[in-house]
Design a protein around this ligand. Structure first.
Ligand code: 5GP
Ligand code: MG
Length: 178
């Protein structure tokens, strides 16, 4: 296994792009009452940077689930942390690292919408350009659209590793790994 060089997205680009997203968000919504919900763990680096470029937000909270998409039995969701801030009648911004199949995000969006928010916006760092297993999910803010490759760094891990890299890399699995 190795990191493909050069990085797919260098941190200099990420920094610029995250500022642009923050500008878009603050021109769309009243940030002072915004409830920011960050999906653990992958989106933490992204969310911290995004929050640095936003004016003071109403609150920052977290969501953590694991989804299992093995054996054709999608549907197993293990909820590990739920937001404790009140969402009712608030504008919510969900911050996620990657929109891949859409399964994780759709579960979280469903949960949030059951708690009567005034609005929900979805902000993802990366959207993979492929058909979603769960259709109908559209991110309001997308940092980058990439090919269907496995990426690590800037919060995104492989078995816990590579999360703290400042750049984003494609992780290549070679013959020696299988
Ligand atoms: P989905 O439920 O949309 O298929 O998956 C979304 C989650 O799967 C992401 O939040 C992320 O945790 C994980 N994931 C999907 N693609 C990648 C990838 O390329 N790299 C890493 N590190 N995680 C990924
Ligand atoms: Mg994730």
């Amino acid at each position: 296994m190795r990191l493909r060089q050069p990085p797919l997205i260098p941190y200099t680009s990420i920094t610029r792009r995250v500022q642009e997203l923050a500008d878009q968000i603050s021109s769309d919504v009243s940030v002072a009452s915004l409830q920011v919900i960050v999906v653990l763990k992958g989106a933490v680096f992204f969310a911290v940077d995004l929050l640095k470029y936003l004016p003071p937000v109403g609150s920052v909270d977290f969501f953590k689930i694991s989804t299992y998409i093995g054996n054709k039995s999608r549907g197993k969701v293990d909820v590990q942390y739920l937001p404790t801030d009140i969402i009712n009648a608030k504008d919510v911004l969900l911050v996620e690292d990657i929109l891949d199949t859409g399964y994780t995000t759709s579960f979280i969006l469903d949960w949030l919408s059951k708690h009567s928010p005034q609005s929900i916006r979805l902000c993802v760092l990366i959207e993979k350009m492929k058909p979603r297993v769960v259709s109908g999910i559209k991110a309001d803010y997308v940092g980058y659209r990439i090919e269907d490759e496995f990426v690590v760094g800037y919060g995104m891990d492989f078995n816990g590793m590579y999360r703290n890299l400042r750049d984003i890399y494609v992780l290549e699995v070679g013959n020696e790994d299988v």
